[in-house]
Design a protein around this ligand. Structure first.
Ligand code: AMP
Length: 403
């Protein structure tokens, strides 16, 4: 089955065309037929396409909106084969969507209702779903795969804030968690690599990219995760602050003459690695500035970043009563041995000793980077959210046909 995976951002669409079916999933040999993205919608949008075995196409082109972008994608991939189903990344499923679902009018209304919780994301995801329906017709099934769904298994002790309980009951204020598709993918890869049954997976996954989150996976299920009501909570990220004392907001209102919306923007877009370093949200730039120019703010930003990860790791190991492995994924987690080494330094007390040679000489498909004697293993597993979305889409469509 050829699945078109769509990931709609505020002014971008990323896509992959993936061929999958039960046998391909079983053998882990699904095929990515094409991938690409259209970014910065406007008269000179950046367009990038790459089909398997063909040279990449990079150009600028006028792209008005999500509908126009999806129309261009469909025109381009038509020659590669029919599209049998579409899988959409949807950021927020609230408490209602605890797994991937086939999209119908009721599901659309449900995603719309969750937009209150993710006003920047869900409306954009809906635009993508509506455009795909208009362009492909209602005969091509569409499936929504939610970033939050994997974390639906968290116990109330993990998802509730210590606020008056009425805020949860009346206003749905709770921790939802995000990056669920990535944490789930990585956990499944680990399970297969180790030949375990799903409920024997006890690991901590670290998705470290521009957005960062940690997840405590106990008996194969999300037990706790660092992002909360929004993706702002938890680890230090490219431009997000992660955990801070909430009283800072009131203090800034009173003493820095800032409005809540300005503070929200500051915490989301001007903080994190960028805010501390004053230089960049990009870890590569900060590592270069630290190592080559001895830039003290770049060093400080990296140190705060790594210390926060350690803090969550230690906390999760205590919460879970021990874990078997720590998994690095995401742009930083997969590609930066220096950051992995800084995070793991001193974790020998938890049973994790990094093999410094393996850490630096890792093949692109990842692998184990702890010493054979480590009781807490450490692995790098590249994430693949698009593949997870394609597989879910296939399974949901097959199940709905069987019924
Ligand atoms: P993502 O959001 O998963 O695409 O990850 C983006 C982040 O990964 C950015 O901070 C990049 O600087 C970082 N990154 C990508 N490659 C490397 C690398 N080789 N070393 C350090 N950081 C990297």
């Amino acid at each position: 089955m050829n699945i078109l995976v769509l990931n709609c951002g505020s002014s971008s669409v990323r896509f992959q065309l993936i061929a999958t079916d039960a046998a391909l999933i079983e053998r882990d040999s699904d095929l990515c037929l094409a991938r690409g993205h259209l970014e910065r919608f406007g008269p000179e949008s950046l367009v990038s396409f790459r089909a398997e075995g063909q040279p990449a196409i990079e150009r600028t082109e006028a792209v008005a909106d999500h509908r126009a972008a999806i129309e261009i994608i469909l025109r381009w991939i038509k020659s590669l084969g029919d599209i049998h189903a579409v899988g959409h990344r949807v950021v927020h499923g609230g408490e209602r969507f605890q797994q991937s679902v086939r999209i119908d009018e009721e599901v659309l209304a449900g995603i719309e209702a969750c937009a209150e919780l993710a006003p920047l994301h869900n409306p954009v995801n809906l635009r993508g779903i509506r455009a795909a329906t208009e362009l492909l017709g209602t005969d091509v099934p569409q499936v929504a795969v939610f970033d939050t769904a994997f974390h639906a298994t968290m116990p109330d002790t993990s998802y509730l804030y210590a606020l008056p309980l009425e805020l949860y009951q009346k206003h749905h204020i709770r921790r939802y968690g995000f990056h669920g598709t990535s944490h789930r993918y990585v956990a499944e890869r680990y399970q297969k690599l180790k030949g375990l049954s799903p409920d024997a997976v006890n690991i901590i996954t670290l998705h470290l990219g521009n957005g960062c989150s940690a997840c405590a996976i106990k008996n194969g299920k999300s037990f706790d995760t660092s992002m909360g009501f929004t993706p702002l909570e938890g680890l230090v990220m490219g431009t997000r602050c992660g955990d801070i004392d909430p009283s800072i907001i009131e203090h800034l209102v009173a003493h820095a003459d800032m409005r809540p919306a300005e503070i929200d923007a500051l915490l989301n877009f001007d903080s994190g690695l960028l805010g501390v370093s004053g230089l960049s949200n990009d870890m590569r730039t900060l590592l270069d500035a630290d190592i080559e120019q001895h830039n003290p703010r770049a060093r400080l930003a990296i140190d705060i970043f790594c210390q926060r990860v350690k803090k969550y790791l230690g906390g999760y190991i205590a919460e879970m009563g021990g874990a078997d492995a720590v998994i690095f994924t995401g742009g930083i987690g997969e590609n930066s041995p220096v950051i992995r080494a800084r995070i793991c330094k001193g974790l020998e007390c938890l049973g994790l000793t990094l093999d410094s040679v393996r850490n630096f000489e890792l093949p692109p498909n990842g692998g184990e980077i702890s010493t054979p004697g480590s009781s807490l293993k450490c692995l790098v597993i590249p994430t693949n959210e698009e593949l997870m979305i394609a597989r879910d889409t296939f399974l949901v469509v097959e199940n709905s046909r069987a019924r």
